[in-house]
Ligand binder design. Structure first.
Ligand SMILES: CC(C)(COP(=O)(O)OP(=O)(O)OC[C@H]1O[C@@H](n2cnc3c(N)ncnc32)[C@H](O)[C@@H]1OP(=O)(O)O)[C@@H](O)C(=O)NCCC(=O)NCCS
Length: 178
């Protein structure tokens, strides 16, 4: 039975190797999550180490899925720090282990991140993802709105240009205006 919960900085540091292994697994299975083929465990640990100060400060929130005694999914919620964005946050590193997909874990992680965002007054969420990817389909299925596509925005893990779709979602009443 899978469960979803938040990790604080201390817990994230203790589980750094597991967090890194999830990121390595995602890249090894072709996910476009900023890194290229050959991405290693030490590189992934460096990525997560770089997130720890933000997690400790509360500016970054980390939610994980846990099943069978191990971490099987992650999502990060980055709270905007700009004075004009107290209502904004971004989603990143939405990952579910390649052996655990299509069981609702990605949706559960997203729901957890959205609930935490709303509870902390973050009513406008943004993210981007590879056009047509599993993530793209997940976000659409959860009511996210596609703003548009940026052709050739990111390289695939194999180094080929691919399109990115930018999404947003308003939570609760939100703040209107532009
Ligand atoms: C994107 C990702 C997190 C989805 O996680 P998941 O646990 O498999 O997703 P869920 O099982 O919760 O899927 C929820 C819904 O999203 C959609 N969806 C997710 N993956 C899909 C796929 N491969 N094909 C079609 N629809 C998909 C479906 O509507 C699905 O509902 P359904 O299973 O009832 O049809 C996972 O595929 C992953 O880790 N991919 C690699 C990393 C990545 O690309 N992350 C996104 C970066 S922004």
């Amino acid at each position: 039975m899978a469960e979803t919960f938040e990790l604080d900085g201390t817990a994230a540091q203790a589980r750094l190797a597991e967090l890194a292994a999830l990121l390595v697994d995602a890249v090894a299975h072709g996910a476009s999550v900023n890194f290229l083929a050959g991405f290693s465990q030490p590189e992934a640990e460096a990525f997560w180490t770089g997130q720890l100060p933000g997690i400790r400060a509360g500016a970054t929130r980390l939610f994980v899925a846990h099943a069978g005694g191990r971490l099987v999914g992650t999502v990060l919620l980055f709270l905007a720090g700009q004075p004009n964005g107290p209502h904004r946050a971004e989603i990143g590193k939405m990952l579910v282990h390649s052996t655990m997909r299509r069981q609702g874990l990605g949706r559960a992680l997203l729901v957890a991140a959205e609930a935490a965002a709303l509870a902390s007054g973050r009513t406008l969420l943004l993210l981007d993802t590879t056009s047509g990817s599993a993530g793209d389909l997940l976000y659409r299925s959860q009511g996210w709105v596609a703003v548009g596509q940026v052709p050739g925005h990111a390289l695939t893990v194999e180094g080929e240009p691919s399109d990115t779709t930018i999404f947003y979602k308003r939570l609760g009443a939100g703040i209107s205006g532009g």
